[in-house]
Design a protein around this ligand. Structure first.
Ligand SMILES: Cc1cc2nc3c(=O)[nH]c(=O)nc-3n(C[C@H](O)[C@H](O)[C@H](O)COP(=O)(O)OP(=O)(O)OC[C@H]3O[C@@H](n4cnc5c(N)ncnc54)[C@H](O)[C@@H]3O)c2cc1C
Length: 312
């Protein structure tokens, strides 16, 4: 039997959408590309202090709370894992969803594919990923105790990562391609006054060199074009997030960075196709925002299908 709603992605936005669809009497099915649900929550290695009502020790515990909720509602069977959706097409009425050689026809879709950390796409970056190139100081800082590292980026995460690393590292270079930092002023001034951190503005990373792990990074001054090498044991890349909007890039309106444009009901420019969480523009990226988006989308779908309240 075809479900009414397809939810694509099993992070916080997708799991919230599933819970809300169930409570609004909408028969929904969730497709998650990986072997376990949770999405970016599984990359949060710190205590979560900003999700109301819970103070989980990390994102895994928060994910477990979400899954426990899913289990209590008997919705585990509605979550298909290892189910990457490659294609979504309009079909009348609604949409056809494809994963491998299977297809489902649904009335509404909630896109909740989230985002992934942006890569620099420079030589050495992929080669040393998880062997000295990292995307999370919160997780990996103990591996660099007493060492010299470079952090690339100029936003909140780059500056926060520099401060975390400065607690254990011998030295931290914070390299940013501009002299305008987008990070919170209080974090930036803390970094500026920290003797462990050297801020190198107006510079971009060119290559990460080494044999089995990084030994140096080459940088170029964007104003003069001059290049130099810094000896480092590790490189942390924090240059923002990229949306996983590939499967719908030809179907819905995206902004210039590939984020899905939505209205106040989380609806895209396509009737009955919604988007929730980090996939959307504009968004303040958080679990609370993603959860709210999922609720909003499910409620609007229920209203449109005349299902508000309990299952008839
Ligand atoms: C290191 C880190 C720390 C953070 N700390 C905090 C914090 O302290 N507090 C806070 O509130 N937020 C924090 N965030 C942000 C928060 O994790 C995200 O805003 C939120 O989890 C986004 O949820 P989402 O469901 O929109 O996307 P995601 O969590 O990215 O989930 C998307 C899911 O969709 C799946 N998917 C993608 N493409 C497909 C496809 N084609 N088919 C099927 N499935 C697909 C993915 O596998 C993934 O499971 C942090 C994020 C990171 C990375």
């Amino acid at each position: 039997m075809n479900p009414t709603v397809a939810i694509i992605g099993g992070g916080s936005a997708g799991l919230s959408s599933l819970i809300w669809c169930d409570s609004l009497g909408l028969d929904a099915i969730l497709f998650e590309a990986s072997a376990e649900p949770g999405g970016q929550m599984l990359k949060m290695y710190h205590r979560i202090t900003d999700y109301p009502g819970l103070l989980p020790r990390d994102g895994r515990e928060l994910t477990e709370r979400f899954i426990d909720h899913i289990d209590r509602l008997n919705l585990r069977g509605r979550c298909l894992l290892n189910a990457r959706i490659e294609k979504i097409q309009s079909s009348s009425p609604g949409f056809e969803i494809r994963s491998g050689d299977q297809a489902w026809n649904v009335r509404a879709v909630i896109l909740a594919m989230g985002a992934h950390t942006r890569h620099l796409e420079i030589p050495g970056e992929r080669k040393f990923e998880n062997k000295g190139v990292s995307f999370s100081a919160t997780r990996d800082h103990p591996l660099f105790a007493g060492k010299t590292v470079a952090v690339i980026g100029g936003g909140d995460s780059a500056v926060e990562n520099s401060l975390i690393l400065a607690r254990v590292c011998k030295h931290v270079y914070l390299i940013h391609r501009s002299d305008r930092f987008l990070a919170r002023p209080e974090w930036l001034s803390e970094a500026r006054s920290n003797s462990i951190i050297t801020i190198i503005p107006n510079s971009r990373a060119i290559t990460i060199d080494g044999d089995s792990h990084p030994t140096c990074i080459q940088i170029e001054d964007v104003t003069t074009g001059s290049r130099r090498s810094l000896n480092v044991d590790g490189v942390f890349i924090r240059i923002g997030m990229e949306p996983n909007s590939g499967p719908v890039s030809e179907l819905v309106s995206l902004d210039s960075k590939g984020f899905v444009k939505v209205d106040a009901n989380q609806q895209t420019n396509i009737e009955m196709m919604y988007a929730a969480g980090d996939l959307c523009r504009p968004v303040s990226r958080s679990v609370a925002t993603a959860v709210g988006h999922g609720a909003n989308a499910a409620k609007h779908i229920a209203t449109r299908l005349g299902r508000v309240g309990h299952d008839p």
